[in-house]
Design a protein around this ligand. Structure first.
Ligand SMILES: *Cc1c(COP(=O)(O)O)cnc(C)c1O
Length: 383
């Protein structure tokens, strides 16, 4: 198993950079950098059957992951998460082919583990010795544990009303935690202002090129679990948007190496009405989203007033012929009971938001009864 990574490329202006040295965003235009692979070399050489004998974890896709040396892999056991048929929920809502990809099974109880496993592994390979992150909660917890495992100090900046679970877990894992009076975007400014002096490497989502590589494995797993034929619809709770951007990128790579055809799921992005910049931009037909003022929602992972990858999220939604929809916090609270009651699956508020969206989507005709629909429960219930 080896990585076919070649270089980093700007997602906006296509400037390239070596992947063998630390980079954040593009020096030319300030937009996110993407890892690019020698995909043409994999055509007819790497086959889905080759996966059969590999460990059942996200590392089974090593050819399309950015870590070259096995010794640099920092892993806490990132098992492939189950894709669960949810017939009772489907019957309840009126859908025949509804599934939940349950990301709560990952280390730290959220899908943030995927991205931080990749970012910390790459940081280790580049001998980076201090990592800093602004977070709305789960990314901080995931960075803290992966950095601990790698023996790299982590500096965490997050809102003072971040869930207690996140605050405690970061402290328990020995991270340096600063709680701020503000939102994730304010935390991001602190990291940006201080990182040169402190010699921190900034692990902000999409300002660091490899978290998105970890998140694209959600798409790889989904494709493999569906027999390399993608579902009709993906419903995904959107904050910084790395999940949607990552899956979209991953699907393009799979098509290029010949593992899937042109069909893409329609991406439905779900946000909270208290912080819905992507929904607003999508409705207004804009390519970029304006910063959301006074963001407020109990779904902390969705409390992201401004995303550097906004244009990439909007592009994936539009190219997939998807949609963006917001639900109220009250609807989220009510939806928290539905998956546990119908299916025995405990959800995070962000996952519950996708369930709250389902009924609306069906009513307004954005999804149809017979379609294959996959919801992402991005994390577990953490009081
Ligand atoms: C971070 C987070 C989100 C938002 O994910 P993005 O891919 O950054 O849009 C959704 N749910 C949970 C539980 C999260 O922690």
């Amino acid at each position: 198993m080896k990585s076919y990574i070649q270089h980093l490329e700007c997602s906006n202006c296509n400037a390239t950079y070596p992947h063998t040295e630390p980079h954040n965003v593009c020096n030319e235009c300030g937009k996110p950098l993407f890892a690019r692979y020698a995909l043409e070399q994999l055509v007819n050489k790497w086959k889905p059957e080759d996966l059969h004998t590999r460990p059942y974890s996200l590392w089974r896709y090593r050819e399309l992951l950015p870590i070259q040396n096995e010794d640099d892999v920092v892993s806490l056991g990132e098992s492939v998460t189950p894709l669960i048929p949810t017939k009772r929920l489907g019957d309840h809502i009126g859908l025949d082919n509804l599934w939940v990809k349950d990301e709560s099974r990952l280390p730290t109880g959220s899908f943030k583990a995927r991205g931080l496993a990749m970012a910390v592994s790459k940081a280790k390979s580049l001998d980076i010795d201090k990592l800093a992150i602004p977070s709305a909660g789960n990314a901080a917890t995931a960075l803290s544990v992966y950095a601990a495992k790698a023996g790299i100090p982590a500096y965490i900046f997050m809102p003072k009303d971040t869930p207690i679970f996140n605050q405690k877990t970061c402290e328990l894992a020995g991270a340096n935690v600063t709680l701020i009076d503000g939102l994730i975007t304010d935390a991001g400014k602190i990291v940006a202002d201080r990182k040169a002096d402190e010699r921190w490497f900034d692990v902000s989502t999409l300002k660091e090129p490899y978290r998105v590589e970890g998140k694209k494995t959600m798409g790889f797993e989904l494709a493999e679990q569906c027999g390399w034929e993608l579902p009709d619809v993906i419903i995904y709770p959107t904050g910084g948007g790395t999940g949607i951007v990552g899956m979209w990128k991953g699907f393009e790579e799979l098509e290029t190496i010949g593992w899937i055809n042109k069909k893409r799921p329609r991406f439905i992005s779900v946000q909270s009405a208290g912080c819905a910049p992507i929904v607003k931009a999508w409705k207004e037909g804009k390519t970029h989203a304006e910063p959301w003022q006074e963001a407020k929602t109990l779904a902390s992972g969705l409390r992201v007033p401004q995303a550097i990858g906004d244009f990439l999220i909007l592009d994936a939604i539009r190219k997939s012929k998807g949609a963006a929809i917001s639900v109220s916090d009250e609807e989220i609270v009510n939806a928290m009971k539905i998956l546990p009651t119908c299916e025995g699956l405990l959800t995070c508020p962000e996952g519950a938001a996708t369930i709250a969206a389902l009924q609306h989507l069906l009513t307004i005709g954005i999804i149809n009864r017979s379609e294959k629909i996959v919801l992402f429960n991005t994390g577990g219930f953490q009081s």
